[in-house]
Design a protein around this ligand. Structure first.
Ligand code: HEC
Length: 144
């Protein structure tokens, strides 16, 4: 009699855990789907504004961060004195750009097509093209 009651209480505890983990799964699913929906919204928005450019500069900016290009080339691709050269404004032609990233000749690590697709590189390229030119030194009073 008492044994039966004990096993019953274990059962209900197990069911409790089951419900808790289902709740957790739902929670994670909501977060994941929520993030995807948010990530897609701005991309669609910029597409309509930058129809002239082949890639998506907003996503290119994120990819430039995600793949760590900024670590060596700077957040604005202005180059860092220690590691990477300036990439923008006026980046090298796109085919040369892609070829170089797949097979760099110096210090830079290679990024294969498995790591970054051509489309993603196109987005990064569009981001680089979109960066403003620095002001002329003569237009800065402190430098006159
Ligand atoms: C670990 C540092 C490092 C990272 C990370 C890095 N680069 Fe480089 N990159 C370099 C260096 C250094 C050079 C100069 C040539 C060389 O040594 O390969 C270079 C050269 C380049 C060039 C050729 C520039 C020219 O005018 O010839 C391009 C284009 C380029 N990088 C793009 C990128 C992109 C895009 C990313 C991110 C996907 C990236 N790099 C990530 C260090 C880096």
């Amino acid at each position: 009699m008492s044994r039966a009651r004990r096993s019953c209480s274990i059962d209900s505890r197990a069911t409790g855990y089951y419900h808790a983990s289902m709740g957790m799964l739902l929670f994670v699913a909501i977060i994941v789907f929520g993030c995807q929906a948010r990530a897609q919204a701005p991309a669609a928005d910029t597409d309509s504004k930058t129809t002239k450019l082949a890639g998506n500069s907003q996503s290119g900016k994120q990819l430039f961060s995600k793949y760590g290009c900024y670590e060596c080339h700077g957040h604005q691709a202005e180059g860092t004195s220690a590691v990477g050269p300036r990439l923008a404004p006026n980046p090298i032609p796109l085919p040369v750009f892609i070829k170089y990233i797949r097979k760099p000749s110096g210090e830079m690590p290679p990024y294969t097509a498995k790591v970054i697709s051509d489309v993603e590189l196109g987005d990064i390229y569009t981001f680089l093209q979109s960066l403003p030119k620095p002001p002329d030194a003569n237009s800065i009073p402190a430098l006159k």
